[in-house]
Write a protein that binds this ligand. Structure first.
Ligand code: RTP
Ligand code: MG
Length: 156
């Protein structure tokens, strides 16, 4: 699934609420296409608390979890399935480190340096492994989880 016969791999990209409300979508999409990714599918969703808690379940015991859930439900997000060779690692490299304030210093050309604010409000997400990509693409794009997500628009 993560890598098909032509060597292409898929990853899950998300423009988080701050990125979407800050009108960074066009600039991020230009960087996506300039970097050789194809956008296979996309949708805008207003996540509910349950879906964020499930999506970020690995962080449920962290002190920032409540704040993370509030942030991620503060507005709609744009979800994209991106495809290219080495998509998972290349998208993580393009978005830069988690803490956007540090990214501005160490990775000034990264997406988080461009539109993120700090260690929480970092404007974009990327799957951290091919296994995560498979889980996250299923989570957001397969019908079985649609009941936990509130669709706002089918298309951009
Ligand atoms: P993501 O999963 O969103 O792509 O980000 P990531 O892999 O770079 O970072 P991760 O450790 O998975 O953290 C998930 C998200 O939680 C928020 N966070 N806040 N306040 C904090 O110290 C803190 N640390 C992480 C961020 O929104 C981060 O992207
Ligand atoms: Mg992560």
């Amino acid at each position: 699934f993560a890598s098909n016969a032509s060597g292409k791999e898929k990853t899950l990209a998300m423009i988080k609420p701050d990125g979407l409300s800050g009108n960074y979508t066009d600039r991020i999409k230009n960087l996506i296409s300039d970097s050789g990714f194809t956008i296979c599918k996309e949708r805008i969703i207003q996540l509910d608390e349950e879906s964020v808690m499930s999506f970020y379940a690995e962080h449920s015991s962290r002190s920032f979890f409540g704040s993370l859930v509030k942030y991620m439900t503060s507005g709609p997000v744009l979800l994209m399935i991106l495809e290219k060779e080495n998509a998972v690692a290349d998208w993580r490299a393009l978005i830069g480190p988690t803490d956007a304030s540090k990214a501005k210093v160490t990775h000034p050309h990264s997406i988080r340096a461009l539109c993120g604010l700090d260690s929480e409000k970092n404007c974009v997400h990327g799957s951290d492994s091919p296994q995560s990509a498979q889980r996250e693409i299923s989570f957001f794009f397969e019908e079985k989880i649609s009941g936990r997500i509130v669709p706002k628009h089918d298309e951009l």
